[in-house]
Design a binder for this molecule. Structure first.
Ligand code: DIR
Ligand code: MN
Ligand code: MN
Ligand code: MN
Length: 301
């Protein structure tokens, strides 16, 4: 079994600098060795630099910020993830901001067209050019992947590879009004923190899998935004929201998905080590590594 680490030091999908340091810090913390320690072969040939997209002439489209840069970086990420998946490896993409899921999911669903997506986040990241209030594209990747909203020529390369019934959320608690409407209109299944409180995380993961993967035979792309965790657990992230997943709830999700044996692609996004005291940054990096280990088979016993 081989995991391919795709380091993506990219921050153009939101406004706070430092999230580009996330993948660098996760690797410096020893993630590669940790995964080898679990028995994985690990391929990591350095972080992607995206140099050719650094100086694009990139005026807003509507209020979307850095649209051409976000598009081109993701097009390149899609190719990298697709090639790793084609070669039978498990792509582990380290963000960077969550706009990168445009690339990772395009890449993994190109190889596994019937895969489902399990999206762990405080936010729904489904804004369209019409609904976005911030213009930050990390709040928008799912609308492109679902083919929702006005078509934008600069993003023509993104195919609507994701069907609404193949997407499920866990951890939501901070949605824009337009996003709530989109979830309702497209009948998208979501387990917010309310459901986590009501049923417990074990039942929620089971219900999420029953919905999106009833026969437990479809490949799984897991996209984990570290801000799904409570800010007391993962403080160093760009848009923390109180009332999040505990340390164990976050790990349980990863462990349970590993247990299915169906994971084909993993994202760990939005670690921003510059946004807190050094000790909090270390703590967030450490929890990021430990979520990836859990998804790749680390057990408690
Ligand atoms: C908000 C926040 N819904 C937006 N989204 C964030 O900007 O579209 N996503 N923070 O991670
Ligand atoms: Mn988020
Ligand atoms: Mn987001
Ligand atoms: Mn997100």
């Amino acid at each position: 079994l081989t995991a391919a680490i795709v380091g993506c030091p990219f921050s153009g999908g939101q406004r706070r600098t430092g999230v580009d340091q996330g993948p660098i810090r996760l690797v410096e913390a020893g993630l590669v060795e940790q995964l080898k320690g679990l028995g994985w072969n690990v391929v990591f040939d350095g972080h992607h630099q995206f140099e050719e997209y650094n100086n694009l002439d990139d005026a807003p489209i509507g209020i979307m910020k850095n649209p051409r840069t976000v598009s081109q970086v993701n097009r390149s990420v899609a190719g990298v993830v697709m090639n790793h998946a084609k070669n039978g490896m498990l792509p582990v993409t380290l963000g960077g901001d969550h706009s990168l899921a445009m690339g990772t999911i395009s890449g993994s669903l190109a190889v596994h067209p019937d895969a489902c997506v399990i999206w762990i986040d405080a936010h729904a990241d489904i804004n369209t050019i019409e609904t976005t209030d911030s213009g930050n594209m990390h709040g928008m990747p799912l609308s492109f992947l679902l083919g929702i909203g006005d078509k934008i020529q600069e993003f023509d390369w993104i195919k609507p590879v994701l069907k609404p019934e193949r997407l499920v959320y866990i951890g939501l608690r901070d949605l824009d009004a337009g996003e709530k409407r989109l979830l309702r209109e497209h009948n998208i299944k979501a387990f917010s923190m309310h459901e986590v409180d009501k049923y417990g995380i074990g039942k929620v993961v089971e219900m999420a899998l029953d919905y999106v993967n009833p026969k437990r035979d479809l490949p799984i792309h897991l996209s984990f935004d570290v801000d799904a965790l409570d800010p007391s657990v993962a403080p160093s992230t760009g848009t923390p929201v109180r009332g999040g997943l505990t340390f164990r709830e976050g790990h349980y999700i990863c462990e349970a998905i590993h247990e299915t044996g169906l994971l084909v692609s993993l994202d760990l996004m939005e670690v921003n080590p510059s946004l807190a005291e050094a000790a909090d940054a270390d703590k967030t990096v450490a929890v990021g590594c430990s979520l990836v280990r859990a998804a790749l088979g680390e057990t408690l016993l």
